[in-house]
Structures are given as structure tokens and as C-alpha cells.
Design a binder for this molecule. Structure first.
Ligand SMILES: [Zn+2]
Length: 187
């Protein structure tokens, strides 16, 4: 069994950026690509401990196009594909974790549900925004069951503090891995 973990963005594309905003008590700088990479790396470690082989779709500072990520997973003939992102919104109140599969993808929805529930069980301090459908490029053009998880909002101070905590990222990663293991183990 092979899993491809897809840390969003990277290189010339940092993804969402949340700057220091001291007037709001926000002393943290967040780059989505860095947090996503760290969670993906930790997820790979969890999956390897569980006896699975996992690959990352990019290296730490590498830019890979969306099609490049899909091509990689399809070439690897992966059994599951999980894209890992951090959310951002203009409303600083928006918070929580949400997980998406492509509309109508039955096995993708099963993977999505297991990954989402796995994370929420391991990281219950986050608001549960639910498991949903959305037309993301990488969940469409990958040939295996695929989902995309938004691991909290860097624009929300509580979420941002959480994702800056390595212990929280480790729990999110364990939750993703638990969901994937359940999916591949007969889900
Ligand atoms: Zn993203």
C-alpha cells in the first residue's frame, strides 16, 4: 500500500501568509507551505510506524504545479492521496478544520470522512467545520481516492497558536494517519 501526502504550495508559492499583527496580540508569522510540509512529514512518520509506505509530493522549498502533484500520485499508483493545507479568511473569527473530497467521489468521501474524524479525535480543540465536497484540482485529477484537509486558519489567533505548537501538529498528523490506516485496512 502506497500513500501520497501532498503538502500544499511551496517554493515561489507560499500559500496563505499571516503576518505579525502586534496591535491584535498576534506575534506569529505563518506561511502555509511550511506548516503543511511539517504536518505532511509527521504524517509520513506515523504511517511508516504503522507499516505503510508514504511519499511526499514535494521537498521543503520546492514549487510543484497542481498537475505535477497529480502526475506524481498517478505515476506512483498510490492507494490514497491526502492534500494538506492551512486555511485563511478575511474574517479573523473563522476557525476550525474542514476536509473535502471531489463531488460524487464515493471512495474519496469515505477516505475524507475517516481522515476528518481521525483528526478531530486527536485534535478536539479545533472547531469541527465538517467533511464536505469541493472541486479542488488535486482531488479531481488524481486517479485514487483523494481528499484535501484544511488544518485550521492561520488568520484566527487561536488556530494559529495551535498550529505553531509542534505537539498539536503531531496530533493532527497522527489523526490523518489513523484515518488513512482505517481506510486502507478495510474502510
Ligand atoms: Zn492551501
Amino acid at each position: 500500500m502506497r500513500i501520497v501526502l501532498d503538502p500544499g504550495h511551496g517554493g515561489k508559492d507560499p500559500g496563505a501568509i499571516d503576518p505579525v499583527q502586534p496591535w491584535q496580540g498576534d506575534m506569529l508569522v505563518t506561511r502555509e507551505d511550511e506548516i503543511a510540509y511539517d504536518i505532511a512529514l509527521r504524517t509520513r512518520q506515523c504511517l511508516e510506524r504503522a507499516g505503510y509506505t508514504a511519499y511526499l509530493s514535494r521537498s521543503p522549498n520546492q514549487f510543484v504545479s497542481l498537475q505535477g502533484r497529480c502526475d506524481f500520485a498517478n505515476r506512483m499508483q498510490a492507494d490514497a492521496f491526502i492534500s494538506i493545507h492551512i486555511n485563511a479568511a478575511s474574517n479573523p473569527e473563522a476557525s476550525g478544520i474542514e476536509t473535502f473530497s471531489y463531488p460524487g467521489a464515493i471512495r474519496g468521501a469515505r477516505l475524507r470522512d475517516l481522515v476528518h474524524n481521525g483528526i478531530m479525535r486527536m485534535a478536539p480543540e479545533f472547531r469541527d467545520r465538517g467533511a464536505k465536497e469541493a472541486k479542488h484540482y488535486v482531488t479531481h485529477y488524481t486517479k485514487m481516492p483523494a481528499c484535501l484537509v484544511e488544518c485550521g486558519f492561520c488568520t484566527n489567533l487561536e488556530d494559529e497558536k495551535s498550529i505553531h505548537d509542534p505537539g498539536v501538529r503531531a496530533r493532527i498528523a497522527q489523526g490523518i494517519a489513523n484515518g488513512v490506516v482505517m481506510f486502507l485496512g478495510g474502510g
